[in-house]
Design a protein around this ligand. Structure first.
Ligand code: MG
Ligand code: MG
Length: 273
């Protein structure tokens, strides 16, 4: 971790932004269709077609043997759920993770959707996880360390009694989907890899309503919470800057669609005031 990692030039950062924006638009297509009775496989096929129609390549498909464009993780599934026959049901929450490769650079973002009416305590989990993401992003400034991000995320989640997943972490993004440094969602202030201006990282808190421990299913992919309680996952790709991080991906296309459809959008508590 002591080597200089994935510092990108301005033109390269711009290409990561374009890939990340296509991820955001793809997730907005998911937002248009997500509903009880829709299968995760259907959403996956639609996403692949949309990405290819817009000049991108699905970033996950084929990587590490991943068979799909989206990773869709429902309820107690934390991340890396494989799309297929499963149909979404009223009250589910589904984390949809998407990557795009375009012009040689990746973008990576994830959003946890509500399917129909979701229980208030689960909506609270989604809100707090988005707050964790925002607090983590606020620490992605030059001369901070990855531990500053991890501390901010962990502290906020644990203050609400939630479990922070340790086994999966954020990461550098660039010509590869996963680059150094690792960006854990836990940590100590002032520790970890140093953040330099121009580094591009994905910050992606995975927050369990119950215990932090996870298991992997026999499919070799799906990660689930060990106690079976729901889990939430939100991710942005951001550029480290002096003073304030620059978010390269966006949820605004998603939120526009959800609001248009009259669906619930959980916003950080401090933005409601
Ligand atoms: Mg992702
Ligand atoms: Mg990621």
């Amino acid at each position: 971790m002591s080597k200089v990692v994935n510092k990108l030039g301005e033109e390269e950062i711009e290409l990561v932004r374009r890939s990340s924006l296509l991820v955001g638009r793809t997730l907005a297509e998911v937002a248009k269709r997500i509903a009880p009775g829709v299968s995760t496989g259907e959403l996956d096929r639609m996403a692949e077609e949309f990405i290819r129609d817009n000049g991108g390549i699905p970033g996950f498909k084929g990587l590490y043997g991943c068979p799909s464009t989206l990773l869709i993780s429902v309820n107690e599934q934390v991340v890396h759920g494989l799309p297929g026959e499963r149909t979404l049901a009223e009250g589910d929450v589904a984390s949809v993770d998407c990557g795009v490769l375009m012009n040689g650079f990746y973008g990576d973002s994830a959003y946890t959707f509500q399917v129909g009416e979701v229980a208030a305590e689960v909506r609270e989990l989604l809100r707090v996880t988005q707050e964790c993401l925002k607090l983590g992003i606020a620490q992605a400034v030059a001369n901070n360390r990855t531990g500053d991000i991890g501390y901010a995320v962990q502290h906020h989640a644990e203050a609400h009694g939630y479990g922070i997943v340790r086994e999966l972490v954020g990461h550098g993004v660039g010509r590869k989907l996963h680059e150094a440094p690792e960006v854990p969602n836990y940590g100590r202030r002032g520790h970890g890899a140093k953040l330099n201006e121009g580094m591009v990282i994905a910050i992606e808190p995975m927050v369990n309503m119950g215990v932090k421990e996870v298991s992997q299913l026999d499919d070799g992919w799906t990660v689930v919470s060990r106690d079976g309680k729901p889990s939430a996952h939100f991710e942005h790709t951001v550029a480290v800057r002096a003073g304030k991080a620059e978010v390269l991906s966006t949820f605004s296309y998603i939120e526009d669609v959800l609001k248009e459809r009259g669906m619930a959008v959980e916003e950080p508590g401090w933005e409601k005031q």
